[in-house]
Write a new protein. Structure first.
Length: 88
């Protein structure tokens, strides 16, 4: 089974990259996303060897799924804009 803290860290990174791509620079809520990711990573790391570990792992994977789902439209739109600029 994977470490839930690594999954949460990956989800936070995907969220930040998606926000960066959507806004074309540092996102407005970038600092909050970084602080939230660090906090959730610390919580997941602290709870990974407890009785609630399966629940923490499920939450981490759900967080990753939601991060990908929310970030893909922004990444897709930024790739479209970049490809249209290169077709001149």
């Amino acid at each position: 089974m994977s470490n839930p803290d690594h999954v949460v860290l990956a989800a936070g990174a995907i969220t930040f990259v998606g926000g960066y791509a959507q806004q074309g620079g540092y996102p407005d809520n970038g600092t909050e996303a970084i602080i939230g990711t660090i906090g959730l990573t610390i919580i997941a790391a602290g709870l990974k060897d407890t009785r609630v570990a399966p629940l923490v792992n499920a939450f981490a994977w759900l967080f990753l799924l939601v991060a990908v789902y929310a970030s893909v439209p922004g990444l897709h739109a930024s790739f479209k804009v970049a490809s249209k600029k290169g077709k001149k």
